[in-house]
Design a protein around this ligand. Sequence first.
Ligand SMILES: [Ca+2]
Ligand SMILES: [Ca+2]
Length: 94
Amino acid sequence: MYIRWMSVSIVMACMATPAWAAPITATDKIVNAFMDLDSNHSDGVSQGEYRAMVEQRMNVRFKEMDANRNGEVSAEEYREFWLSKKAQWYRLER
Ligand SMILES: [Ca+2]
Ligand SMILES: [Ca+2]
């Protein structure tokens, strides 16, 4: 009888799980990562906050492409960049 009561109690506890304890989905993680862009904590991502992320990624990408750091990406630099990244992007190789 005690074990049965314990089982019922556990089931009821699981059913009464509050919303804040709901499992985090993959979409939740993506939304949370997006909201990390909200640098002024306004509960929204402004165009400026979004632009800052895009520019930061662009700067990283440009540095990867501009191997000799002369401020321009030559055809050869882009070829090397493409060859080094295409497998990763298109999962052709591991
Ligand atoms: Ca904001
Ligand atoms: Ca260059």
